[in-house]
Design a protein around this ligand. Sequence first.
Ligand code: SME
Length: 151
Amino acid sequence: MDKGKKEGRYLRLYAQIADLMVKSPDQTSKMATIAAILYNKMDYFFWCGFYRLDGSRLIVGPYQGPAACQILEGRGVCLASVEQKKTIIVPDVHSFPGHIACDSRSLSEIVVPVFDSTGKITAVLDVDSKEPASFDETDGFHLERIVGLLT
Ligand code: SME
């Protein structure tokens, strides 16, 4: 998807998600709504969902797409995002040491940390694509803005 189209799509989705967040009573319903909207409106999103931080491991939360790993521990892109407290873009998952492959069809990935109001990470948003190098700074910027609606 070209940059202009991607920008426009994310801006429209942000407005739609922001409106629904006001009507969502808790974090689970908010996360489920974000995953559903992103997965259904961004055609290169093959898997899209949340992992919640539980001590030193991550437990799968609301998501859309093929069934995923239930628990992530010890390694992987999601835990790297938690440890580095920042968004990680992986153009080629096979080149990321320790990448956890929940589905061999995933070729590129972006992971965005979710912060609470005190600045602690509570979860991550993970998105996978079946194409290499699907994600760039535009995805990073807008997905960070969207998960900011959870805070
Ligand atoms: N690839 C992730 C695991 C989660 S799945 O992509 C849904 C990782 O390396 O942490």
